[in-house]
Design a protein around this ligand. Structure first.
Ligand code: AMP
Ligand code: GLY
Length: 423
């Protein structure tokens, strides 16, 4: 089986690493990949949003399965254009990908299918949006409708902050067309968890719970990032609650889309908030989370290629999706300054040292390989991931590995996993 992974982050390195372990996979390509994916397969310089380029590559290499890492190609319709050529894609079609591509669409699907979510309204007009904020008061949450690389959500503590966010999105068009429409919703308080499932039409197979760390600073302070670390399982969502949680937030969505004639294939990711009244869905993603993917795939006990193929062929119930009993944790090492401006081109040393512990895997994200050197090329540079008997053990191993790695101005949070340890 020839597989093409689309994307270039830590998630894609983890996907390539796990797919390569499948005896079924004979050739593995990553487009465009990074300094780490080159160790797992062949990097091809085609960007993740270049749909014609990806289709041509898949045809040329006679790819049997395309695995979409990020959301952008899916929202642009990668599944649809591949389907026209008869090439299977692990990831939903453009309609279903709107669960992530449009917050307004996503909230309406949640409401129509009875999924618990914060009360909301959708606005296309700046003045009306401001009037709504004026009426509701703060705290309140303003969300750009379209994709904004994780920057389109403002949890406003004051009305003024909400007005500023509306102006930035709707008047200054800081996110382009993504901010022409906004969702304004009630602010919820509580702890967050991520809950992901392999999906094939109305069938699903659950992955264990996980928890991301979105803020740059320790104690969840400072601006949001793509994610500074993750671990699995998350004690806030224990395994005995998986089935009822899926009944609440996975099954109704799959049923709704299937009834619309747009069945969902791929990973459905529910971002949950545990409020005093129980779980509420903050968002859906239509792909693995980054960095949640790294600990989840360290724990996945099975053949990822076989599971993905079963999803696209509508026979998910024939395969077993099992997770190792161990805990996994991923600590992201970023370039100093991220998520603001940061330098690139720093040489990274110590990865091999870090991986001398056979329970540790270093997934590369913003890296390139040049003249025998691994250099940083992005904000999130590495995801140092470890398995352990429990969270404390996994955490200790991951941080020991982090200390063996160095690059100039590196930064990482020291408190990844601490919310879980407190439980
Ligand atoms: P989203 O992309 O919708 O998940 O939003 C990104 C982050 O914003 C979430 O992970 C939460 O931390 C926060 N957030 C989103 N919606 C709400 C809400 N209704 N109340 C409080 N925080 C929220
Ligand atoms: N880690 C959150 C995300 O991938 O959206």
């Amino acid at each position: 089986m020839k597989v093409l992974v689309v994307g270039s982050g830590g998630r894609e390195h983890a996907l390539a690493w796990k797919l390569r372990q499948s005896p079924k996979v004979t050739e593995l390509y990553i487009a465009p990949g990074n300094g780490g994916t080159r160790l797992e397969g062949i990097n091809v310089p085609v960007r993740d949003n270049d749909l014609p380029g990806l289709v041509n590559l898949a045809k040329e290499k006679q790819i049997d399965l395309v695995v979409a890492g990020p959301e952008v190609p899916l929202v642009l319709g990668l599944q649809n254009v591949l389907a026209k050529e008869g090439i299977p894609c692990f990831g939903p079609n453009a309609f279903a990908a709107n669960l992530e591509g449009s917050k307004a669409f996503s909230k309406m699907v949640m409401r129509d299918s009875g999924v618990p979510t914060a009360p909301f309204q959708v606005f296309d007009e700046y003045e009306r949006a401001c009037a709504f904020v004026e009426e509701k008061g703060a705290p309140i949450v303003v969300k750009a409708d379209g994709l904004a690389a994780g920057k389109g959500v403002v949890v406003a503590g004051t009305k003024e902050e909400a007005f500023e966010a509306l102006e930035a999105m709707m008047v200054k068009r800081e996110f382009g067309s993504a901010g022409e429409r906004v969702v304004i919703e009630e602010a919820l308080g509580g702890e967050e968890a991520s809950f992901l499932a392999f999906c094939s039409g109305e069938e699903y197979a659950l992955l264990p719970s996980s928890q991301d760390h979105k803020a740059i600073g320790e104690g969840d302070t400072g601006p949001n990032t793509g994610g500074m670390g993750a671990y699995s399982p998350a004690p806030i969502l224990p395994s005995e609650k998986y089935e009822e949680t899926a009944e609440l937030c996975i099954k109704p969505i799959l049923k709704h889309l299937a009834a619309k004639g747009e069945p969902f294939t791929g990973i459905l990711y529910a971002g949950l908030m545990y409020t005093e009244n129980g779980p509420s869905v903050l968002e859906y993603n239509v792909r693995f989370g980054d960095p949640e993917c790294q600990p989840l795939l360290m724990r996945l006990d099975g053949d990822l290629a076989e599971i993905m193929m079963a999803c696209v062929e509508g026979r998910l119930s024939e395969v077993e999706v099992k997770a190792k009993a161990e805990t996994a944790i991923c600590v992201v090492m970023s370039a100093g300054g991220y998520p603001g401006s940061y330098e690139k081109g720093m040489e990274i040393t110590g990865i091999e040292e870090a991986e001398k512990d056979d329970k540790v895997k270093v997934f590369q994200a913003g890296t390139t390989y040049d003249n025998d050197r691994t250099l940083s090329s992005g904000g999130r540079v590495l995801g140092v991931t470890a398995l352990g008997g429990d969270l404390a053990d996994a955490k200790a191993r991951a941080y020991k590995a982090v200390e063996r790695i160095s690059f100039e101005k590196s930064y990482y949070r020291r408190d990844i996993g601490d919310k879980g340890l407190k439980k």
